[in-house]
Design a protein around this ligand. Structure first.
Ligand SMILES: Cc1ncc(COP(=O)(O)O)c(C=O)c1O
Length: 350
């Protein structure tokens, strides 16, 4: 018998959204990727970083990713000592659990949101507690004083779409005895962010990613913003060369091109609003979304039927078998043309 730790034997492991091998033959709107390419500055920076015949790849990248922290600091209005860069925000979510929750201690999050938090907690041997949502989009039964070591709040919520109001998040920061991690993966598509709370509350961490709004899911770039003591702890835990040279070059170039980011996000927000109202016009229930996706349910509340119909037409959306979500679909916002085709296919399926 292989002497695995019992929690690893018992866990199922996370199943990410499907990446078909023939991506270009699909309208792929299942994993909240950006339909637009990254800033043209990104490609230039990657090519320059390679050096003649790729010579720069011989040497290790910067271990601290310091230029990235500086570039991110300018974008977010923080000193670089408040920022850590990560190989996707998934890496920093993992390291937050490793830093704050020992075996048997509690990690909490809202269900439905990002179930990878549970996988990461299981690996650590931490206990997982989930909380539901009320009809007015608050956390059901959240204690006056929450004693868990880490609480993850996905805002805007994925897969549903709404963001939690700043005043409510601030109230939660005061109620958490442990760390409150605000997973702002989709913040650039939203009307507001809770970033300012990091300066006000020493237990608040905000995570961001370049996967969605910056069109860089393939480079694996994320970050966390928190007090320097928290960042120093996370720096002890991470792999010392957690970001490769090309990812570092891409990251700085993308962060410096804020006008390209703003343009892309604006197009996606406009398409999101257009697509939502078209779906509502044919009887779909669409939750108002602040992300680059919508959660929409057909009138017969049979999400799987629509998923299958779209799949047959080479349109890939996300259907969750979870009973709380199986009536609907999470549909990422592609280009206007992608969404026009998706709408036509949905009408055809009926
Ligand atoms: C809520 C949420 N958090 C984190 C992530 C992970 O993002 P990254 O690509 O930065 O690892 C995702 C990806 O879909 C997500 O939806």
């Amino acid at each position: 018998m292989i002497p695995l730790r019992p929690n690893i034997s018992a866990m199922a492991g996370y199943v990410p959204g499907y990446q078909p091998p023939d991506i270009s033959s699909w309208i792929k709107i299942n994993t909240n990727e950006n339909p637009y390419p990254p800033s043209p500055e990104v490609v230039k920076a990657i090519l320059a970083e390679l050096g003649p015949d790729g010579a720069n790849l011989r040497t290790y990248p910067s271990a601290s990713s310091w230029h990235l922290r500086e570039a991110a600091g300018l974008v977010f209005g923080f000193d670089p000592s408040w920022i850590i860069m990560a190989n996707g925000s998934d890496e920093v979510l993992n390291n937050l659990i490793r830093a704050f929750a020992s075996e048997g201690e509690e990690v909490g999050y809202v269900h439905p949101s990002y179930s990878y938090y549970a996988t990461l907690a299981e690996i650590q041997g931490a206990r997982v507690r989930t909380f539901g949502l009320t009809d007015d989009f608050r956390i059901a039964g959240f204690p006056e004083r929450y004693e868990g070591k880490v609480f993850f709040l996905t805002t805007p919520n994925a897969p549903l779409g709404p963001a939690f109001p700043l005043a409510y998040i601030e109230e939660l920061a005061g109620r958490c005895a442990g760390m409150l991690v605000l997973d702002e993966t989709y913040a650039e598509f939203a009307e507001s962010s809770a970033l300012e709370l990091v300066k006000k509350y020493d237990n608040v961490v905000v995570t961001r990613t370049l996967s969605k709004s910056y069109s860089l899911a393939g480079m694996r770039l994320g970050l966390a913003i928190a007090r320097p003591e928290v960042i120093a702890a996370l720096d002890k835990i991470r792999d010392h060369y957690n970001l490769d040279r090309l990812a570092q070059a891409a990251c700085v170039a993308a962060l410096r091109d804020q006008s390209y980011l703003a343009e892309c996000c604006q197009k996606i927000r406009e398409t999101r609003e257009w697509f939502s109202s078209e779906l509502r016009a044919i009887g779909y229930d669409v939750i108002p979304s602040q992300g680059n996706y919508v959660f929409a349910s057909p009138p017969d509340r049979n999400g799987k039927r629509i998923y299958d119909g779209l799949y047959e037409r080479k349109i890939l959306v996300r259907h969750f078998s979870d009973p709380l979500l199986s009536h609907g679909l999470r549909i990422s916002i592609g280009t206007r043309e992608d969404m026009e085709k998706t709408l036509a296919a949905i009408k055809e399926i009926g």
